[in-house]
Design a binder for this molecule. Structure first.
Ligand SMILES: NC(=O)c1ccc[n+]([C@@H]2O[C@H](COP(=O)([O-])OP(=O)(O)OC[C@H]3O[C@@H](n4cnc5c(N)ncnc54)[C@H](OP(=O)(O)O)[C@@H]3O)[C@@H](O)[C@H]2O)c1
Length: 254
């Protein structure tokens, strides 16, 4: 007999998702796409309170419920209280999207222990801590972690970030096994999508020759992958590369 032990089926309508770093950029697009499927959204933000409030209004116009929650993952290490707070306010939470991230520059020569620690705290420890609390507080659900196509190769210019995302990739697979059968855990690894904060579109144009499909992707390409993984009832522990084929070049050492 078919029983989906996550307590969900392929319909996201009426379910609730917590998205970290949801106020802007990719997180915002994921929120809009999931709201388009009828999901209620808990918008986590760190410093972008105005953008979070604007997104809340936009989601209301789409007919779904939403809440805004603030937390700095750099300073707070016990995120179980954060999840318990969300539970109190929202009730049932069905999905978690670990999207928030930092992307500081730093090569192997420059990087200091504290830089590494900060990357690990925000990009690895927060997703792990949130996943653990999510699993401990709810009976079933689905998790998607935002990774990076760079994990298939190297990133010499963002060493701390790179290490944190490589570990997050392993963590995605380990938690998928650990939390089955009640929870699924998958990863989405974007490639060239948006320029880093502070850079313009020339950042993307200068790099399209490294993408087999010859262009950069859209935020909606990434959001579609997240939506697909949250809808799936039989995929866990997988990494979906949304990178125009960039991983293939990493694999052949390019
Ligand atoms: N953009 C791309 O092309 C690309 C490529 C590969 C992988 N990715 C991955 O996809 C995800 C989304 O990318 P993005 O470019 O949209 O990310 P981003 O803009 O760099 O960061 C997303 C959000 O993370 C939040 N954040 C940063 N530091 C935090 C902290 N200490 N505590 C809590 N939240 C914090 C910020 O929230 P506030 O604004 O509220 O401070 C920020 O808006 C990330 O995981 C990234 O690594 C993106």
């Amino acid at each position: 007999m078919f029983i989906d032990k996550t307590g969900m089926n392929d319909r996201l309508n009426g379910k609730t998702v917590l998205i970290t770093g949801a106020a802007k950029r990719m997180g915002r697009q994921i929120a809009l796409s999931l709201a388009g499927e009828g999901m209620n959204v808990v918008i986590h933000y760190r410093s972008s309170g105005d953008e979070a409030a604007e997104l809340k209004e936009r989601l209301a116009s789409l007919g779904v419920k939403s809440w805004t929650v603030q937390e700095d993952f750099k300073s707070e290490t016990n995120l179980s209280k954060f999840i318990q707070g969300v539970k109190q306010e929202v009730g049932d939470l069905n999905c978690l999207v670990n999207n928030a991230s930092i992307f500081p520059s730093g090569d192997l020569e420059d990087i200091e222990f504290n830089d590494l620690l900060t990357n690990l705290k925000v990009n690895l420890w927060a997703p792990l801590s949130l996943s653990r609390s999510f699993v401990n507080n709810f009976e079933g659900g689905k998790i998607v972690n935002l990774l990076d196509t760079r994990v298939a190769g190297y990133d010499w210019d963002h060493a701390g970030y790179y290490f944190s995302k490589v570990l997050l990739t392993r963590m995605t697979k380990m938690t998928a096994l650990k939390y089955a059968p009640d929870f699924t855990v998958n990863g989405v690894a974007p490639g060239l999508i948006t320029p880093p904060p502070g850079s313009g579109n020339e950042y993307l144009e200068e790099r399209v020759d490294r993408v087999p499909l010859g262009r950069y992707g859209r935020k909606s390409d990434v959001a579609d992958a997240v939506t697909f993984l949250l809808q799936s009832t039989f995929i866990t522990g997988q990494i979906l590369y949304v990178d125009g084929g960039r991983k293939l070049l990493h694999e052949q050492g390019g």
